[in-house]
Design a protein. Structure first.
Length: 166
């Protein structure tokens, strides 16, 4: 897959049960390889590997170019050894709601307590209905980029958020 990715990110309310709505969930580990001007990510999702390269964000973090290619699990495991520590560890839940798929990531390790939802859109102005578990939008807030969470984990700054989001 390659092309422009348009997505919006949101915090997830702790008092709402999104897991009961999930159609699937998968364990994900992802690491980052140093690159200038782009984000190079290696991801192991279940028993599959992926190489992803993303350009810098545009429009306040709403869109950017993304190239993604499935690679073998063995290749991903080998490339993961080249990644800068630490590795992001999370579980992704998929929730279908009002014609859109929400990807909810529940983080572990140094990012324990952080739960975020993303929804991919066809264009930047697309209107969509938000399920009740969706909290404030964090699109474009660099603290919530996975590549930044490895350097400045949530456990360091979690107290800057209201209790219902940490």
């Amino acid at each position: 897959m390659s092309g422009f990715e348009i997505e919006r990110k949101f915090l997830v309310r702790k008092d709402k049960d999104f897991k009961a709505l999930a159609t699937s969930d998968t364990h994900i580990q992802q690491g980052y390889i140093a690159a200038k001007g782009a984000t190079v990510r290696i991801r192991i999702r279940g028993n599959k590997g992926f190489l992803t390269i993303k350009s810098p964000s545009r429009n306040g973090g709403l869109s950017r170019y993304e190239f993604e290619k499935e690679i073998s699990l063995e290749e991903a495991q080998q490339l993961m050894k080249l990644c800068e520590p630490p590795i992001i560890d999370k579980r992704r839940y998929l929730v279908e709601y009002a014609g859109h798929t929400f990807e909810i990531d529940e983080f572990y390790g140094d990012n324990e307590g952080l739960v975020m939802a993303e929804v991919e859109l066809n264009d930047e102005g697309e209107v969509f209905e938000k399920p009740g578990f969706i909290g404030p939008e964090v699109t474009g807030d660099r603290r919530f980029y996975n590549s930044n969470l490895r350097m400045m984990p949530f456990t360091i700054w979690r107290n800057t958020l209201p209790e219902e989001y940490r």
